[in-house]
Design a protein around this ligand. Structure first.
Ligand SMILES: NC(=O)c1ccc[n+]([C@@H]2O[C@H](COP(=O)([O-])OP(=O)(O)OC[C@H]3O[C@@H](n4cnc5c(N)ncnc54)[C@H](O)[C@@H]3O)[C@@H](O)[C@H]2O)c1
Ligand SMILES: [Zn+2]
Ligand SMILES: [Zn+2]
Length: 372
């Protein structure tokens, strides 16, 4: 069938999303056809455009996606036509070493994530005489995609998909960075660097976990205000300001943990996050940067003598099949906010405006609403 989608054909300073005509193959074994309703504009797709993430091109963007199943291929048991789904940007097979030990965010099916082919290697999209990949095997910047059933999470029909879409990446990634990876606990002091679409949810997770001091660090006033609205107890416009604040709040002891969720991670912010924690504390790095850049440059001796931990996390170390629905359950009872996170909506043809607004710092999360 024919569809349309925003494709990254080339990377670099002048690169942008090009809404292109696409040919889409029907769903095969364990695959389904989805009509996307909404797609979140995460900074990770921006890393594709800049070339920070070395994806195979061309690639249809979009890994935060919610939609409705239109058709299923042979052997699909998980969903049926008409079901509402939020997709996981990490496929989950349920049986590999990682899935079967409670770490399904590391599922082996994710091996071709940067290729953009489905598990098994198939490219379902074609245009201009070649195969087109789909970001994280999803490609929610297309009107329709064929995806693996291992990426789909069925959700209740009454949930608004234009809000539920955020639990495909931003919400569990941020929430889990605080709750699962940093293991924020009651009474803790936690510092979150960068409170955009991911960091704001680290704030929500830290609040949920009972932290006493949640310090949101962001140079932008609108981000600091939103962070305070959603649970930050303090905010700072710079790393230096945060350092002084935390020294005061903890009588010189330091924060229990810090979480790095800035748009593009560099060695400076990682060093700030390292210096601000106490003995035995942890730095959790969730944000990404140019893949070849050495963004961790720290004194190993300080790490050793103070027993500090520096760790990374993908999807906030959440388990997609469990945590995507759990975030929605928490949304229903008001303990996870989603409506407050959607700053602006765009049509598919306005997607480059959406990314310009992300670069300009206007959005907590921008969302593309596909025409039905
Ligand atoms: N590990 C994962 O699984 C995962 C998943 C999704 C996104 N990410 C990554 O997380 C990062 C954040 O994504 P996002 O969608 O929230 O981006 P975003 O652009 O919405 O937010 C980034 C925020 O960081 C702030 N910022 C920039 N430099 C800063 C600094 N030095 N100190 C403090 N704040 C600073 C910006 O003002 C902005 O508010 C990106 O690198 C993205 O690729 C990782
Ligand atoms: Zn994302
Ligand atoms: Zn697996």
């Amino acid at each position: 069938m024919k569809t349309r989608g925003a494709v990254c054909w080339e990377t670099g300073p002048k690169a942008h999303w090009e809404v292109s005509e696409l040919e889409l193959d029907p769903p095969g074994d364990h695959e389904l056809l989805i009509r996307w309703v909404a797609a979140g504009l995460c900074h990770s797709d921006e890393h594709v455009i800049t070339g920070d993430l070395p994806c195979r091109l061309p690639l249809i963007g979009g890994h935060e996606g919610a939609g409705i199943v239109e058709e299923v291929g042979p052997s699909v048991t998980k969903v049926k036509p008409g079901d509402h789904v939020v997709c996981s940007f990490l496929p989950v097979c349920g049986t590999c070493r990682w899935c079967s030990t409670g770490r399904s965010n590391l599922c082996d099916l994710g091996a071709t994530l940067l290729e953009g082919s489905l598990p098994g290697g198939a490219f379902k999209f074609h245009a201009r005489g070649g195969d087109i990949g789909a970001m994280c095997m999803l490609g929610s910047f297309a009107e329709r995609s064929v995806i693996s059933e291992y990426s789909a999470v069925k959700v209740d029909d009454d949930l608004p998909l234009d809000k539920a879409v955020l639990v495909g990446c931003g919400v569990p990634t941020g929430w889990g960075s605080a709750v699962y990876k940093a293991k924020v606990g009651p009474g803790d002091t936690v510092v979150i660097y960068g409170t955009g679409g991911i960091g704001i949810n680290a704030v929500q997770g830290a609040r949920h976990a009972g932290a006493a001091n949640i310090v949101a660090v962001d140079p932008l006033a609108n981000k600091r205000e939103k962070a305070e609205e959603l649970g930050a107890t303090h905010s700072a416009a710079s790393g230096a300001e945060a350092g002084e604040l935390v020294t005061r709040l903890t009588n010189g002891v330091g924060a229990d943990s810090s979480i790095v969720t800035v748009g593009t991670v560099d060695a400076t912010v990682v060093e700030q996050a390292f210096d601000i924690i106490r003995k035995g504390g942890s730095v959790t790095i969730t944000g990404l940067g140019p893949i070849a850049e050495k963004t961790i440059q720290l004194s190993g001796t300080m790490l050793t003598l103070f027993e500090k931990t520096v760790q990374g996390t993908i999807f906030g170390s959440s388990n997609p099949m469990y945590d995507i629905t759990k975030m929605l359950d928490l949304y229903r009872i008001g303990q996870v906010k989603l409506d407050e996170l959607c700053t602006n909506t765009y049509s598919l043809d306005e997607i480059n405006q959406g990314y310009q607004d992300l670069r300009d710092g206007k959005n907590i999360r921008g969302v593309v609403l596909h025409a039905s």
